[in-house]
Design a protein around this ligand. Structure first.
Ligand code: NAD
Length: 495
């Protein structure tokens, strides 16, 4: 059985806890590897290596750090298919989707290639007589990233390039469910010439996360995962004096106005609800149909859903792969049952499609007449289930979003520019799509939701990412003439 280990100081290291977890291929249900889980001592070894590396790395010139980022970027581009293959083998998403994920991750590496410009400080000459002031941004030291299963490549790349380019040492704790693709990224970083210890990877679960959250030498923690854990990570990390950003779960609404182009809206809803089996934090999980648009829109959606091919992500004709585990597949299926029991109309029931073999498949489901008290509405299901809420007006639809506990993404489909503009101004969400169902910002903007979708002050990657991984220092200097120097107990005035 393949063993997946830590990567500490550039070397593959076995876990010392004696605890392991199986890693599966979700398309077949077969165990493909065994993952050694970190003990507290393993995390401490990674942190010690990172502390030593950060001291050296932060002193490397910007030119050297930039060149490394370019080399890494080129290696990731050259290995896109291999990364995607490793990703699909443990996550299950179809290969084309996995390649898309790698490409979105590359955007973040490319942004970090501009670190020279991003770290450029500001300078005020003669701010007071003979006094100059300048601001620089310096690295924090040792930073940790804890990432979810659903984007095992893109989410680590949201933070690692900016953090390392800015001069930090980084410890990655990837998801236990699909650790091979992020591990491969770390190997490519070393192939690019990254000094040992600047990027360490510890495999593990809560034990590893808790140690990272309490270790005095970890300066910042960047987390992406479910809301309950995000809140816990934020509260624990900040209580221990760390800078923390913690992105949580979501329930993303797509509101369709009566004037929308039905075909465009149906294509968007089906793509955004069922891509990656709905296991995306920006998936559309609630369709809000306004007025008379509901019936023709649902007819168009059903037509498209009936043509979807669900199967092993490595097969070229598969459009949607399995869910991440059998347990999660069963949990999603239970939600469909709860919706039915609560009185919603199951228009297409994914539980009725049978699949050969032991893969964790569940076909797409469409649920109509959902109300806001049903668990299919209140909970993040994180599977291929689209709930439809019918409302009478745009304002009723907007109210749903405003009252929802999350606020990651929200989309509007309309041909009315005035309505779209009002929506972008008013909606309680961090990322808004206008005729765009999954508005994940490009790498030079930043990603993050509102309300229970994000704990912390800064969003991820882009300018906010650089801000998170650096701290400003302001230097005020004067070269006084000894002849004019005197004691003055007054507060310094800028004359
Ligand atoms: P998860 O919260 O179960 O796990 C995320 C990370 O936390 C993993 O590395 C895991 O090992 C660790 N973890 C799990 N339980 C823990 C505990 N009790 N204490 C400490 N650490 C723990 O999330 P997941 O199932 O891997 O990913 C899916 C979730 O992530 C969904 O809720 C999804 O919406 C969310 N997500 C959010 C974003 C975003 O940008 N807001 C992006 C991707 C995924």
């Amino acid at each position: 059985m393949k063993q997946i280990q830590h990567l500490i100081n550039g070397t593959s290291v076995a876990a010392t806890s004696g605890q392991t977890k199986p890693v599966y291929n979700p398309a077949t249900g077969e165990q493909t590897a065994e993952l050694g889980l970190a003990s507290v001592a393993d995390v401490d070894a990674a942190v010690a290596s990172s502390v030593a590396a950060a001291a050296e790395w932060s002193r490397q010139s910007i030119a050297r750090r930039t060149k490394l980022m370019y080399t890494f970027r080129n290696l990731v581009v050259a290995n896109t298919k291999e990364i995607a293959a490793r990703l699909t083998a443990e996550h299950g998403k179809v290969l084309s989707d996995a390649e898309g994920e790698v490409m979105r991750g590359i955007e973040n590496i490319e942004y970090a290639c501009g670190i020279a410009e991003l770290l450029k400080g500001s300078y005020s000459s003669n701010a007071s007589t003979g006094v100059d002031v300048h601001t620089v941004r310096q690295s924090l030291g040792v930073v940790a990233g804890i990432t979810p299963f659903n984007f095992p490549v893109m989410v680590p790349l949201w933070t690692i390039p900016n953090a390392i380019a800015a001069g930090n040492a980084y410890i990655l704790k990837p998801s236990e469910r699909d650790p091979s693709a992020p591990m491969f990224l770390a190997e490519l970083f070393h192939e690019a010439g990254l000094p040992e210890g600047v990027l360490n990877v510890v495999q593990g679960d809560k034990v590893a996360v808790d140690r990272l959250l309490e270790h005095p030498d970890v300066d910042a923690v960047s987390f992406v995962g479910s809301t309950a854990i995000a809140r816990y990570v934020y509260e624990t990390g900040t209580r221990n004096g760390k800078r923390v950003q913690a992105l949580g779960g979501a329930k993303n609404h797509m509101i369709v106005l009566p004037d929308a182009e039905i075909g465009v809206a149906a294509d968007a809803a089906v793509s955004a609800a069922f891509g990656s089996a709905g296991e995306r934090c920006m998936a559309v999980s609630v369709l809000v149909a306004v007025g008379e648009v509901a019936d023709p829109l649902l007819a168009a959606i059903r037509e498209r859903m009936e043509k979807l091919t669900v199967g092993d992500g490595t097969k070229p004709d598969s459009e949607m792969g399995p869910l991440i585990t059998g347990e999660h597949r069963d949990r999603v299926a239970d939600y469909i049952g709860q919706g039915e029991a609560d009185g919603a109309a199951i228009l297409i029931d994914g539980r009725q499609q049978n699949f050969e073999g032991d893969g964790y498949f569940l076909a797409p489901t469409l649920i109509d007449n959902v109300t806001t008290d049903m668990s299919v509405y209140t909970d993040e299901i994180f599977g291929p289930v689209l709930s439809v809420v019918r409302v009478d007006s745009y304002h009723d639809g907007l109210k749903l979003i405003q009252e929802n506990r999350w606020g990651n993404g929200a989309a509007i489909f309309t041909r009315d520019g005035g309505a779209a503009r009002a929506f972008q101004e008013d909606v309680e969400a961090g990322m808004v799509g206008i005729n765009v169902p999954i508005p994940v910002p490009v790498g030079y903007h930043s990603f993050g939701g509102w309300n229970d979708s994000l704990f912390g002050d800064t969003t991820m990657y882009g300018p906010e990412g650089v801000k998170f991984f650096t701290r400003p220092k302001v230097i005020t200097s004067r070269w006084p003439d000894p002849g004019t120097s005197s004691v003055d107990l007054g507060f310094p005035r800028n004359d």
